[in-house]
Design a protein around this ligand. Structure first.
Ligand SMILES: [Mg+2]
Length: 356
């Protein structure tokens, strides 16, 4: 039997802002792009629960958030600060884990199977972890507990905010059954629409589907859907950097198809991404450029370099080459640059894999 925790910090960016300025605590706080009196571009990154009461949500255009609550506290994203808080939290969490896997800046899986022997013990352990986060950092988090990563993740969603939710092996069916299909981990908006058009409204409907039919329809994702709907997830908690990536984004003040302007911005993003990568001692293998046009259509272009590298000039050159190869000559609203396939420089790969 495995015991897996997913610890996810609540409204992390906004909570960090409250941390360094406690007077924000009783005010609606929105972290994201500059609203510029309602004409600003870009989106809300995170907001606190007071802001959420006004209907503000992460991912929403900042201009809409401004419309909903003009006198909310709007703050720019200070990623360097959040990273510094995050790395302290992660090392604390890691000290509680048998196996540890950081998922994002504010989320990590802890396999505690070597620490506890029952779900009762797992629950007490989760409480201890949550209290340690709270007393060390004065930050709220939520914890999901389950026999696998899928259930831990979904239990954590149900625990938010500031809660703990345990789903035992024999409670999985009950826990999943009444949830709508879009709540199933891994199901995005598009797949939810498609699944609904096929007659699957709830997770329990999908759990009873014909497995082969799902595979025919969705390929390997179909098998994953079937397994997940039945609460099955064999994935291990692994301390791997492969799932991690480092990226930066930029929203243009005005939509632009000016190639030299776009390329200058790509170079700037490359510098920022590179700095973050180097600071953390990572080498990377894959570069992904994201272009969002004025109609909000996003296109992703990736290139696998074929070996691990840590080279700024090369990153700039490759990123611009990706842009030039895929330039649709349309007006661009936002660009993003991301490196992935990350490994630490020491100990994980033979040295000759770095050369080139
Ligand atoms: Mg979070």
């Amino acid at each position: 039997m495995r015991f897996i925790l997913l610890v996810d910090m609540d409204y992390f960016y906004a909570a960090c802002e409250e941390l360094r300025n406690p007077s924000l605590k009783d005010k609606p706080v929105v972290v994201g792009a500059d609203p510029k009196n309602g004409s600003g571009r870009g989106v809300v990154s995170t907001c606190n629960y007071i802001a959420r009461k006004y209907g503000i949500k992460s991912g929403m255009p900042i201009s809409m958030a401004y419309k909903l609550k003009k006198d909310a506290i709007f703050l720019p994203v200070d990623e360097a600060y959040y990273e510094s808080v995050s790395s302290k939290i992660m090392s604390l969490l890691k000290s509680y884990a048998g196996k540890f896997e950081q998922v994002s800046i504010d989320e990590a899986f802890l396999d505690i199977s070597s620490k506890v022997n029952s779900f009762e013990e797992a629950y007490d352990y989760a409480k201890k972890v949550k209290e340690a986060v709270s007393s060390s950092f004065n930050l709220p988090c939520s914890v999901g507990i389950g026999p696998n990563k899928l259930i831990a993740k979904m239990a954590c969603e149900a625990a938010k905010p500031n809660g703990i939710k345990l789903v035992r092996e024999d409670e999985i069916k009950q826990f999943l059954s009444e949830l709508p299909i879009e709540k199933l981990y891994g199901v995005g908006k598009k797949s939810a629409e498609k699944l609904k058009s096929m007659g699957f409204e709830k997770i329990k409907d999908l759990a009873k589907a014909n497995k082969q039919m799902l595979i025919n329809e969705f390929g390997s994702f179909g098998l994953e859907l079937y397994n997940h709907a039945n609460g099955i997830d064999e994935e291990e908690v692994v301390e791997s950097y492969d799932s991690k990536s480092i990226g930066r984004e930029h929203t243009f003040e005005f939509d632009t198809d000016d190639e030299s302007q776009i390329e200058r911005e790509i170079e700037k993003l490359a510098e920022e991404v590179f700095e973050e990568t180097k600071k953390n001692g990572f080498y990377f293998k894959t570069i992904t450029l994201k272009l969002r046009n004025k109609n909000f259509e996003e296109h992703l272009y990736s290139k696998n370099i074929g070996h691990y590298m840590q080279d700024l000039e090369r990153l700039k050159k490759e990123s611009i080459a990706i842009f030039e190869a895929n330039n649709r000559k349309e007006k661009i609203r936002k660009i993003g640059l991301r490196v992935s396939g990350l490994i630490k420089s020491k100990g994980q790969r033979k040295i000759n894999e770095f050369i080139g």
